[in-house]
Design a binder for this molecule. Sequence first.
Ligand code: ADP
Ligand code: ADP
Ligand code: MG
Length: 471
Amino acid sequence: MLKKVLIANRGEIAVRIVRACAEMGIRSVAIYTEPDRYGLHVKRADESYSLGDDPLAGYLDPARIVNLAVETGCDAVHPGYGFLSENANFARLCEQKGVAFIGPKSGVIHGMGDKTQARDSMRAAGIPITPGSEGNLDSLDEALELANEIGYPVMLKATSGGGGRGIRRCDTPQELKVQYPRVISEATKAFGSAEVFMEKCIVNPRHIEVQILADSQGNAIHLFERDCSIQRRNQKLIEIAPSPQLTPEQRQYIGDLAVRAAKAVGYENAGTVEFLLSGNEVHFMEMNTRVQVEHTITEAITGVDIVREQLRIASGLPLSYRQEDVQYRGYALQFRINAEDPKNDFLPSFGRITHYYAPGGPGVRVDTAIYTGYEIPPYYDSMCLKLVVWALTWDEVIARGKRALDDMRLHGIKTTANYYQQILDHADFRKGVFNTSFVPDHPELLNYSTKRHPSEIALALAATIAAHAGW
Ligand code: ADP
Ligand code: ADP
Ligand code: MG
């Protein structure tokens, strides 16, 4: 078993990994940059090291992080999600320095991080992929020609993209002409690569993804699916496990498909295979070679601790489960509570948390790195808390979600919590029928009242007075 792990991340996922390490008797090492000095991951890890004043540079410096891991006697590095988690160079550097990278081999990260290469591997393995370009597009003319062939609407996508960025739908040749240079420039800025490719736009699909686990002995299993169709601008807001809109046959088919995909590329550790579903058609979209933000809901329905399995796999141990050992029970929802103002086009709302009260009670889990008095730095993700609820039935999990959102108090910043209440009240959502257009199709859900409960106003007032008095 690993003895000491450096966590190359921050925020809630770093805290999540610290917790798994603590339960397994593994020492944890946190890194931080100065704006994060008061971050919870710094307080909770066994050791922590500053990587300088720049908010981001330290978290994105492979050589410095690997050297620190060696100097502090770590036998592994956990990259979390975002930052260097899908950076093949970082994984390779770890391999070279004899530090286990908690994820697949660098070659697999490289192959899957490049979406056109991933499509090639899946095509070769007989996995159905979204129709589209073979490889990257070389010119606008090629894009126009291909779009004519596969038919509009089409999607232009950044080959190295992630986090929902670098994706544009084009309904006409005119739009394609406008969007082509835009996606290239966005891809260059965000991902340092100008490569783009094209897919047929699957109209009103459901986003269904499968969690997989694979060990170094060649065993691979899936932990069922998540439905991440509730999205805004291709970014997930509420995630659901299992999907309320799959038949048992579809569930089994897509789970098997994901395991086949993982085996085809020699996958190791935890990963996610993302698909788009339209009617009974399934298309491979991409593979994320890391722990995902929404791994929590899979943990809730299966009881499998995914981060623990990641640490075991990186220690060279076999999976704790065979496929037939994994069952799921009930439903789980995850709400990404973002520091954003839904009423103002989801503009980030950073600042000091003047009061935070965590929701609790049966079937509730909160993963966060915030606390009362914490100032959310403006340099990172706007997601500040993950609220996960579990219940036996679909109706019950919705009621529990509403109750838990209502329990929570988070003052000082604007968040997406009230908006989620509106989604939970919508008849289609309650019926379990929705696709990736749900959020754009229902702008009226943004018209909720922001009138606050008198006790909240009193608390906010007290916090303001306290702040002015310098308490
Ligand atoms: P998940 O796939 O786990 O649902 P997201 O797509 O929301 O997660 O991404 C999680 C975090 O990782 C976000 O902060 C996102 O901006 C970042 N991220 C994901 N992919 C990339 C990428 N290719 N390049 C840079 N950042 C990325
Ligand atoms: P990222 O790496 O940013 O997560 P994905 O390729 O996973 O990018 O796509 C993110 C989201 O964009 C999907 O969940 C889906 O809503 C939308 N999307 C991507 N490709 C298509 C497509 N070909 N047709 C329709 N929607 C798509
Ligand atoms: Mg994706």
